[in-house]
Design a protein around this ligand. Structure first.
Ligand SMILES: [Mg+2]
Length: 375
C-alpha cells in the first residue's frame, strides 16, 4: 500500500477552534486520518503538513519507516509531524486489518477511564453554575472532571491585587465538590497563570476539598520552582501538555517536578511520540494522563495508546462544543461508567466523513490557548 497524497483539511469546530485534519490517501483507495490542530495557527500548520506530506508520496505504508521530523519549526511543525504520524499508524492498522492497539503490543485495558474537562462548554461562570454543571456531568455517567476556574488571573499580578479573582476561582472549585459529592474525582487547572505565592495560597484553600491534581499552576520554564511548589502544596502537580518530545520533559523529570505528565498526541510526535513518552515516564515512576482536546481522531489515537500503556492514569475529554462535530465521523465517544471503549475497527477504528467536513470550512475563531500562553 503506497502513499499517493497527504493533505490538510481545516474545518470549523467551534467559536474557539478549527480542527486541522490530516488526510493520507493510498494507491489502494484506503485513507488514513490524523489530527494536527493548533488553535490560531491553522494556515501555518496546514502548509507544514503539505510540505512534509509531499516528501512521503510513493512510500510503502508497511515496508518503509515513515517518521516525519518536526525539525526546527516549534509547535507548528511538531503538530504537522504528529498529525501525519497518527495518519500513518491508521493506515498501518487498515493495511493489516487490525486495530491500532494491537500494533502497540496489545491492550492492558479495553475500557479507558476518562475525565470531563469543561473550560469552553460552561457559560454560567458563577460558583452555582460550576456546581450545576458538575452535577450534570455526574448524572451523565462521569466519575472524574476538571475545571479551569481562574478567569482574569495573571502571574504578573501580585496576590494582594487580584485576591477577589483568586477567591472566586477557589469558590467555583469548592461548589463543584459540594454539588458532585465525595465519590467523584475533581481536578483544577490554572493554565500557568499563577506565581508561587498565589499557587501556595490556592493550594491551602482547596486542599480540604481533595483535588486529584493541581495542573500547570506556574510557568514550566523553571523546574526548581515547580519542585518547590510540589514540596510545599501537598497536592499532586500535573503539566507538560505543550511539550513536543520526551527530550523536552527531561529537566522536569530530573528535578522531580511533577506527579503526572500530560503529553498531547498532537504535539508530542503522534502515536510514536506518545509511546516513547510513556516509556520515558515509566523509567521515572511517574504517571501519564494524556491531554486531549478531543477531535474524534485525537481521541481515538489517544485511546489506542492508552490501551497499551502501563503507567496510564486517565484520559482527558471535552464535552462536544458544537452539535455538528458528531457528524464529522462514523462514530463518536460518549462516556459510560466513567470510561470510553478502545475502538475495535481497523487502524484508529474511526473514519472521517469528508463530505461533512466540506460543509464546515474554516472560520475565524478565538484562539483561547494562545491567549492563555501569553497571559
Ligand atoms: Mg491544561
Amino acid at each position: 500500500m503506497k502513499i499517493t497524497n497527504i493533505r490538510a483539511e481545516v474545518v470549523h469546530a467551534s467559536v474557539y477552534s478549527n480542527y486541522i485534519f490530516v488526510i493520507a490517501e493510498t494507491d489502494q483507495g484506503v485513507t488514513g486520518f490524523g489530527d494536527a490542530t493548533l488553535d490560531g495557527l491553522e494556515f501555518e500548520v496546514a502548509a507544514a503538513i503539505n510540505n512534509m506530506g509531499e516528501k512521503l508520496i510513493g512510500k510503502d505504508v508497511l515496508k518503509d519507516k515513515i517518521s516525519p521530523a518536526a525539525g526546527g519549526g516549534g509547535l507548528i511543525t511538531a503538530a504537522a509531524a504528529s498529525g501525519i504520524d497518527i495518519a500513518m499508524w491508521d493506515l498501518k492498522g487498515k493495511a493489516l486489518d487490525v486495530p491500532l492497539y494491537q500494533l502497540l503490543g496489545g491492550a492492558i485495558r479495553t475500557e479507558v477511564p476518562v475525565y470531563a474537562s469543561f473550560n469552553r462548554s460552561i457559560r454560567d461562570r458563577t460558583p452555582e453554575g460550576f456546581g450545576k454543571f458538575a452535577a450534570g456531568l455526574v448524572a451523565e455517567g462521569n466519575k472524574a472532571m476538571k475545571c479551569h476556574p481562574f478567569d482574569g488571573v495573571s502571574w504578573r499580578t501580585p496576590l494582594s491585587n487580584q485576591r477577589k479573582l483568586i477567591d472566586m476561582g477557589c469558590e467555583r472549585f469548592i461548589a463543584m465538590r459540594e454539588a458532585a459529592g465525595d465519590d467523584v474525582e475533581i481536578g483544577i487547572d490554572a493554565h500557568w497563570r499563577l506565581d508561587m505565592n498565589t499557587a501556595a495560597y490556592i493550594a491551602d484553600r482547596i486542599r480540604p476539598y481533595r483535588p486529584f491534581w493541581f495542573e500547570t499552576p506556574i510557568p514550566e520554564k523553571k523546574p526548581e520552582l515547580i519542585r518547590e511548589l510540589r514540596n510545599r502544596c501537598g497536592i499532586p502537580i500535573a503539566g507538560g501538555e505543550m511539550q513536543t518530545g520526551a527530550g523536552e520533559i527531561l529537566p522536569l523529570l530530573q528535578n522531580n517536578c511533577m506527579d503526572v505528565y500530560m503529553p498531547d498526541i498532537r504535539y508530542v510526535g503522534g502515536v510514536t511520540g506518545m509511546m516513547k513518552m510513556s516509556a520515558v515516564l515509566e523509567t521515572y515512576d511517574v504517571l501519564i494522563s494524556p491531554h486531549n482536546m478531543c477531535s474524534v481522531i485525537t481521541c481515538a489515537a489517544s485511546l489506542h495508546t492508552a490501551a497499551a500503556m502501563k503507567n496510564f492514569l486517565h484520559l482527558e475529554y471535552h464535552p462536544a462544543e458544537a452539535p455538528w462535530l458528531r457528524a464529522f465521523s462514523d462514530r463518536y465517544f460518549d462516556v459510560e461508567n466513567g470510561c470510553f471503549p478502545v475502538p475495535e475497527g481497523p487502524g484508529l477504528g474511526v473514519n472521517l466523513n469528508l463530505d461533512m467536513l466540506k460543509e464546515h470550512p474554516y472560520e475565524k475563531a478565538i484562539p483561547l490557548r494562545l491567549n492563555m500562553l501569553g497571559a
